[in-house]
Ligand binder design. Structure first.
Ligand SMILES: NC(=O)c1ccc[n+]([C@@H]2O[C@H](COP(=O)([O-])OP(=O)(O)OC[C@H]3O[C@@H](n4cnc5c(N)ncnc54)[C@H](OP(=O)(O)O)[C@@H]3O)[C@@H](O)[C@H]2O)c1
Length: 294
C-alpha cells in the first residue's frame, strides 16, 4: 500500500505536537519547526518542499501571541501572511495540497449567531488581520488545492494554553477573576489534529471549514469546568482559587477580542462524517491525559 507523505510545519507548537501524537497509519509525516524551516523565508521553503516532495503540507506554524502582535505587527504579518504565501507558492510548484489553520479571531463577534465558513471576515486586532491576510494569500496562490480550517480556544496537555494557566493559577491563589462576557468554544487540539488527518486523505475537499468542539462557553464557564475537572482528577484541592466573573472592561488587554466567536461546524461534520464531541467531555479527556503526564 502506498503511503501519503505529509510535511507538518510548526511541528513543536501545541497543534504540531498533537498531530505527531495522533498520526494515523498510511501516512509518512515529517515535522519541522522554525529552527529547521522558517516559513517566512521563501527560498528555504521552496528548497525544502522541492526536496521532500510531500503530497500534503499541514501548516501548524503561526505567530500566536495575540496581545504582543498589537505592538509587533510586522512580525505577525511575516509569519501569518507572508509565510502562508511562501508555503502556497512552494505547494503549487510541487503539486502539493496545503491544509492551513486559521482562527475565529478573523470575525468581530457581533453576529450574535454561529459564524458560517463563508461569513465576511472583520478582524478586530493585528493577529486576526494577519491571519485573514494569510487566508487571502492562500486563495490567491492555491485556490483549488488548499483547505483553510478555522479553529478557536485551542488547548491540550502540551504547550502553553488557558487550561494549563488556569490549573497553575488556581493552585497558587485564593481568588481569580475570569472574563464572563466573551463567548466561544473551547477546543481540544486532538479534535483539530484528527480533522486535519482526515482532510489529508480527502484531496477532493477544498475551501473553508470550521473546526471546534461542540457547545458554547464563556471563559468563566471554561475556567469553572477546569476547576471541577481538575479537582475530580486530583490535580487541584478543594481549596483551589474561587472564580470571580468579570466583564472585559474590568480586564483590559492590548488586543480587542470578539465577544461572540462561536463557529458553525455543520459543513465539516457533514462532509467528513465526524461525530462531534462536546467541549466539556473533551476537557475531561484532556485533563486525564495531563494528569497522567505529570
Ligand atoms: N491557540 C489558540 O487558542 C488558537 C485559537 C485559534 C486558532 N489558532 C491557530 O491554530 C494554529 C496552531 O496554534 P498553536 O496553539 O499550536 O500555536 P503555537 O503553540 O504557538 O505553535 C505555533 C508554532 O509555530 C512556530 N513558528 C513561529 N514562527 C514560525 C516560523 N516563522 N516558521 C516556522 N514555524 C514558526 C512556533 O515556534 P516558536 O514557539 O518558536 O515561535 C510554534 O512552534 C495556529 O494557526 C493558530 O493561529 C490557535
Amino acid at each position: 500500500m502506498s503511503t501519503t507523505k505529509v510535511l507538518v510545519t510548526g511541528g513543536q507548537g501545541q497543534l504540531g505536537v498533537t498531530l505527531r501524537q495522533t498520526v494515523p497509519e498510511g501516512l509518512e509525516a515529517v515535522y519541522v519547526d522554525v529552527d529547521a524551516l522558517d516559513i517566512t523565508r521563501l527560498e528555504a521553503v521552496e528548497e525544502f518542499v522541492g526536496r521532500l516532495k510531500p503530497e500534503v503540507i499541514i501548516n501548524a506554524a503561526a505567530y500566536t501571541a495575540v496581545d504582543k502582535a498589537e505592538s509587533d505587527e510586522a512580525a505577525a504579518y511575516r509569519v501569518n501572511c507572508t509565510g502562508i504565501a511562501n508555503l502556497a507558492i512552494a505547494a503549487a510548484a510541487n503539486k502539493a495540497r496545503l491544509l492551513h489553520v486559521s482562527t475565529d479571531f478573523v470575525f468581530d463577534g457581533t453576529a450574535g449567531r454561529p459564524y458560517l465558513p463563508d461569513a465576511p471576515v472583520s478582524p478586530l486586532g493585528v493577529y486576526g488581520r494577519s491571519k485573514a491576510a494569510g487566508e487571502q494569500e492562500l486563495r490567491k496562490y492555491l485556490p483549488d488545492h488548499s483547505v483553510i480550517v478555522r479553529t478557536a480556544w485551542l488547548y491540550s496537555a502540551v504547550g502553553g494554553n488557558f487550561m494549563k494557566t488556569m490549573l497553575k493559577l488556581m493552585a497558587e491563589r485564593e481568588q481569580l477573576r475570569v472574563v464572563c462576557d466573551q463567548v466561544g468554544t473551547p477546543t481540544g487540539a486532538n479534535t483539530l489534529a484528527q480533522t486535519l488527518w482526515i482532510l489529508a486523505f480527502r484531496p477532493e475537499l477544498t475551501g473553508i471549514y470550521h473546526c471546534t468542539d461542540a457547545g458554547v462557553a464563556s471563559w468563566y464557564d471554561f475556567a469553572q469546568a477546569i476547576r471541577e475537572e481538575g479537582e475530580t482528577a486530583g490535580i487541584l484541592s478543594p481549596s483551589a482559587a474561587l472564580l470571580e466573573p468579570v466583564n472585559t472592561s474590568e480586564y483590559p488587554t492590548p488586543a480587542r477580542r470578539p465577544y461572540y466567536s462561536v463557529l458553525d461546524k455543520t459543513s465539516l461534520w457533514r462532509d467528513l462524517g465526524i461525530t462531534p464531541i462536546h467541549w466539556r467531555r473533551n476537557l475531561r479527556n484532556i485533563i486525564a491525559e495531563y494528569r497522567s503526564s505529570m
